[in-house]
Design a protein around this ligand. Structure first.
Ligand code: NAD
Length: 415
């Protein structure tokens, strides 16, 4: 969530920095910023205690000129339409940066899943998909998991969509393997974050990852896999914070042990015996070389950015940095690899899942990881070219690349 900052405004301010470099007219800016379609639905659900609750759900399809709309479904009590718009537009730019044939969408339901039963969540998911199914589908809009949704949620999405439209696994990605999910999808976003960290730290900064100190906020899907891959590359994960606690060890945490602990301990690092506990709010000031926000949006702000000790930030989370914090990092010479490049491994492997479903074939994990690596390294180089050519930040460079690709597709199709 964006806290007090309006996330859509922040994303559009970032867009304008790239649009300035490209000299885009106000008309074209308006066209590329405005979502193609926004839907709000009300979902009455009979709760298990007999009460009737009306939930609000959203789907924003931002831009589909490069292919079917693509984006996650988020369940969160603070979800508002402007956040969904912002995340949908980030997905338009993300799919363009990695050059996969998708547009950008996002959706979600304003609800608190921690206070709901599995049965209530299933009913809510089915009602949401049933109300939206006319704008979804393998060639229209393909949802995937996001915060507080998972492979089980996507199984319900596929089943509900199939009730009206026939069995079509390519209508949703992030499914369980047993229902046509892809090998490697679970680890894909974290792996992409680690690949981008390696390309930036070694390739751009000329340092070795061996012994580099890494701190993370978030040890869920993105954070835990990013930490595991970086650990495998020789980095020392020195601090990890999550919603319920934080743990640090200057010599490096035992990441396989922490990974196993979190999965047996209700998903939190709190109480891990292999390190010292500390206040999760102090994660930004932990001494480290690489910092990975992998939890919430809007956390690196004017208030937290000055304390950051890292020389490299790799955005695992979507929109973790406000424009004010961006400026602080730029002034301090801290290299920042933006979300639309750093966490694009997830949507890349979602694309592989869609391709496998459409062609009814299956790749193994090694094949998936090899393809993901190729796509991300190419995208990293494409962004590096823009940064060099325009002398801009990596966020603006990534957006310049994305805007050029989307604008060209739009021109070719006709405005
Ligand atoms: P997740 O639910 O698996 O994990 C979230 C983590 O953040 C957990 O460790 C949780 O404890 C922590 N967290 C939550 N609130 C916190 C707080 N107030 N302070 C500190 N930590 C807190 O979610 P995820 O799938 O890992 O997603 C994390 C971020 O990455 C989100 O911004 C999401 O949009 C983004 N993202 C995810 C994917 C993906 O494939 N899962 C892809 C691209 C981007």
């Amino acid at each position: 969530m964006a806290g007090s900052t309006n996330l859509f405004d922040s994303v559009n301010r970032q867009f304008d920095a790239a649009a300035d470099i490209l000299g885009l007219s106000q008309e074209i800016r308006e066209l590329l910023k405005t979502p193609y379609r926004e839907i709000t639905v009300a979902m009455p659900i009979r709760m298990e205690d007999g009460s009737l609750k009306v939930f609000k759900g959203y789907r924003v399809q931002h831009n589909g000129v490069r292919g079917p709309q693509k984006g996650g479904i988020r369940y969160h009590p603070d979800l508002v339409l402007d956040d969904v718009r912002a995340l949908a537009s980030l997905n338009t730019w993300k799919t363009a940066v990695v050059n996969i044939p998708f547009g950008g969408a996002k959706g979600g339901i304003r609800c608190d899943p921690s206070k709901m039963s599995q049965h209530e969540l299933e009913m809510l998911t089915r009602r949401y998909i049933s109300k939206l199914s006319m704008v979804l589908g393998p060639t229209r809009d393909v949802p995937s998991p996001d915060v507080n949704t998972n492979a089980q949620t996507m199984a319900w999405v596929m089943d509900e969509y199939g009730r009206k439209n026939g069995h079509q696994p390519a209508c949703v990605t992030g499914k369980p393997l047993e229902l046509g999910g892809s090998q490697g999808r679970e680890a894909a976003t974290g792996k992409g974050v680690a690949i981008c960290a390696r390309e930036a730290y070694e390739g751009v900064m000329g340092r070795s990852l061996r012994g580099a100190r890494v701190a993370l906020q978030g040890f869920g899907n993105v954070g835990s896999f990013a930490a595991s891959f970086l650990h495998g590359m020789g980095a020392n994960i020195v601090a990890v914070a999550d919603e319920h606690g934080a743990v640090r060890r200057a010599e490096g945490l035992d990441i396989p042990a922490l990974f196993a602990y979190v999965r047996q301990n209700r998903g939190t690092v709190a109480g891990f015996p292999g390190g010292e506990a500390f206040d999760p709010a102090a994660v930004w000031e932990q001494p480290c070389d690489i910092l990975i926000p992998a939890a919430l949006g809007g956390v690196l702000t004017e208030a937290t950015a000055p304390a950051v000790t890292a020389r490299l930030i790799v955005e695992g989370a979507n929109a973790p940095t406000t424009p004010e914090a961006d400026r602080i990092f730029q002034e301090r010479g801290i290299l920042l690899i933006p979300d639309i490049l750093a966490n694009a491994g997830g949507v890349t492997v979602s694309y592989f899942e869609w391709v496998q479903n459409l062609q009814q074939l299956f790749w193994n994990e090694a094949e998936i990881f090899e393809k993901e690596e190729k796509v991300l390294v190419q995208a990293f180089r494409d962004v590096a070219d823009k940064v060099q050519r325009h002398g801009c930040t990596w966020r603006t460079g990534a957006l310049v690349l994305a805007l050029e690709r989307v604008r060209t597709a739009n021109e070719l199709r006709g405005w």
